[in-house]
Design a binder for this molecule. Structure first.
Ligand code: HEC
Length: 143
């Protein structure tokens, strides 16, 4: 009961919390929303790993599926070379597209290898996933 309610609360929060009202381009808005959407499944996974949310293998697998779908959508969401003042995307994304793609694929592979069968498995995989976010942001996110 506690877990299901929380899952939906987190999903709702992720949907409501993006403040992209000043962004005019649909492409920029869409990629920002994609990034923001990582939060709900990641929060669920990290709370189950820490034990602040009851572990449920089915829900963990579902959150992984959501993460994976989002990760696989990164190349498509950035394929259009468009930016604007409110965007934090570095122009190097499009001049170094192959490298951006490689970072995106490495991140997707980290999500794919997440072991959702136990809280320890979740905890062990979270580091690699977080490193995947950071290794791309370090180069391709400018604010
Ligand atoms: C392959 C590259 C890449 C990966 C992997 C990646 N990001 Fe991003 N992220 C970006 C870029 C580029 C931006 C800036 C987009 C823009 O503002 O146009 C961004 C922006 C964001 C934002 C700000 C969105 C907004 O509303 O402005 C958040 C939050 C974010 N990322 C979270 C994450 C998390 C969490 C992960 C890992 C689970 C992750 N990102 C993985 C490239 C990446």
């Amino acid at each position: 009961m506690k877990k299901a309610t929380l899952t939906f609360a987190l999903m709702l929060l992720a949907t409501l919390s993006f403040a992209h009202a000043n962004v005019t381009s649909e492409a920029v808005k869409a990629r920002m929303t994609l990034m923001t959407d990582f939060k709900a499944p990641l929060t669920l996974i990290s709370r189950m790993a820490r034990g602040s949310l009851d572990f449920d293998a089915e829900e963990a697998a579902e959150a992984k599926g959501v993460l994976l779908g989002l990760a696989q959508d990164v190349p498509a969401k950035f394929s259009e070379n468009v930016t604007e003042a409110a965007s934090g995307a570095a122009p190097e994304i499009w001049t170094n597209w192959d490298d951006f793609l490689a970072k995106s694929e490495a991140f997707t592979a980290a999500v794919q290898s997440l072991d959702t069968s136990s809280p320890d498995g979740l905890g062990a995989g979270l580091g690699a996933i977080g490193a995947g976010c950071k290794s791309c942001h370090r180069v391709y996110r400018i604010k």
